[in-house]
Design a binder for this molecule. Structure first.
Ligand code: SF4
Length: 101
């Protein structure tokens, strides 16, 4: 599907809940840098999880990420945790890609 078609067919969602996100300005905790080492990922995701634990929109955020097959850390959940819960990435890589077939 072409990018223009994707935009045309994108379902509009009510994203106002994002205005009260506790992670504003903390993107570096929620999305990995290139070539992130496993130990660094563990530390980063532990910090992200602690931010999510005090976030007022935690449940809405988790459902949004699961429904939209998001990448990164959302709603107290890592990509791996979403995957294990049955919500797969659209284009998985690495270990998750081997499980997807
Ligand atoms: S639950 Fe976590 S990722 Fe979602 S909006 Fe809140 S702080 Fe951000």
């Amino acid at each position: 599907m072409a990018a223009v078609e994707t935009l045309f067919h994108r379902q509009q969602t009510d994203d106002r809940w994002m205005n009260t996100a506790a992670c504003k300005g903390l993107t570096h905790l929620f999305f990995p840098p290139p070539a992130e080492r496993p130990q660094a990922r563990e530390r980063r995701e532990a910090m992200a999880k602690s931010v999510c634990a005090s976030c007022a929109v935690n449940r809405t955020c988790r459902e949004f990420a699961r429904t939209n097959h998001e990448y990164g850390f959302w709603g107290g959940e890592s990509e791996d945790e979403r995957h294990e819960a049955g919500f797969r990435l659209i284009a998985p890589i690495g270990v998750r890609a081997r499980d997807a077939v």
